[in-house]
Design a protein around this ligand. Sequence first.
Ligand SMILES: Nc1ncnc2c1ncn2[C@@H]1O[C@H](COP(=O)(O)OP(=O)(O)OP(=O)(O)O)[C@@H](O)[C@H]1O
Ligand SMILES: [Mg+2]
Length: 360
Amino acid sequence: MDMSTHGNMQVVGPYPGLRPFRHDEAEIFFGREEQTDQLLEKLQRSHFIAVVGPSGCGKSSLVRAGMIAALEAGFLADAGARWRIADMRPGSQPLTRLAEALLAPSALGQADAADPAEAAFALAMLRRGPLGLVEIVQEARLPPCENLLILVDQFEEIFRFREQGNADDADAFVALLLTSAAQRKVPIYIVITMRSDFLGECALFLGLPEAINDGQYLTPRLTRCQIEAAVAGPARVFGGEIEPALVNRLLNEIGPDPDQLPLLQHALMRGRTRAGQRGPKRDWPRDATAARNDVGLQGRRGALRSAVQPCGPGACRPQRASATDHKGRHVPADRARGRQARYPPPCARAGHCRCRECTY
Ligand SMILES: Nc1ncnc2c1ncn2[C@@H]1O[C@H](COP(=O)(O)OP(=O)(O)OP(=O)(O)O)[C@@H](O)[C@H]1O
Ligand SMILES: [Mg+2]
C-alpha cells in the first residue's frame, strides 16, 4: 500500500478527497498553521469554542488535523500535557452518541469495545441532569494534568433532531455541554463545529448564544499561498513534487468558488487515481505533464458537478424539498424564506458526501 514513509504509517495517501482530514493526518495537513495556533490560544482562555464557517470551508479538518493533533503533540502544555478526546456527531441520538464517545479508548474508556452495561450506565448519568457529564468525568478520576476535550462535529445536526419532536433531549444535550464548559472542578473542554447558516438557530437553546459569543471562531478561507502549501506539502511528504505551473492552473480554475477545498481535493484525488491506473501512484505527481492531464478540471462547472454528486444520481435528494434557491439548491417550503435547510440523505456515505443537498 502507498503510505507515507515519514512518521505516522496510517496516512495512506497525500490527499483525503472529499472527506475531512482525521486527527492522525496532521502530517499531510497544510495551510492551517496560523489558524491552529489561534484555536490553541482560544482554548487556553475558554473551555467552549464554536468553530463556524460556510459549508465545506474546512472546519472539521482544522479541528481534527490542526487543533487536536497539536494538542496530542503537546503544544498546549500549560493546560496539561495529556488530552483525552471524545469525538462525536449528534446524529439522531445525541445523548447516546455522547455516552459512546466518552467510553471510547481515546476518551475515558478502558477497553476497545464498550461494555453495553457501562454504556447504559453512562447514558443514565447523562440523563440525570446538566451535571451528568461532570459527574462521569469526576468518577473517571483523571490523573493530574489530563484534560478531556469533547468535539461535537457537525453540531447543526442538533437542530434537525430538535425539530423532529425531541426538544427535551436536544435541550438536555446542550445543557450538558454548557454546564461542563462553565465549571472548573474537572478539566472539560468543549469544541463544536457548525455551519454558519445555522448560527441564528442557536438562540433556541438557553445559554448557547452567550457561550458562542464568548468562544466563536469564524474559520477564514485559505489564502492563495496557503492553498499552494495545501497542494504541494502533502505531495512532498510522499516524495513527489508538484510543479508550480500545475498549482497555478488548479488555483486559477477553482478561483473564488465557495467549494474551493472540496473541489481541490476532488481534483487531486482524481489525478492520483488516474495515474494509479497507469502505474504506481508513487510516481504521481512527479511527472508534471501527466499530472496536469490527470487533474484537468475540464472547466470549473464540470468538476463541481462531479464533486458534488459522489453518492450517485438522486441518492441525496432532500426528502421534503419543494422549492429551489437562485443556485438551484433545494429549499424545503417551510424554510424557503429563511436560511437554506438541508435534509439527511438516504445514502450510506455519511461523512463523505459533499453534495449541496445534504448536511452529511
Ligand atoms: N487545509 C486543507 N488543505 C486541503 N484540503 C482541505 C483542507 N481543509 C479541508 N480540506 C478539504 O476540504 C473539504 C472540506 O473539509 P471539511 O469537511 O473539513 O470542511 P467542513 O467545513 O467541516 O465541511 P461541512 O460544512 O460539510 O462540515 C474536504 O475535502 C477536505 O479534505
Ligand atoms: Mg464538517
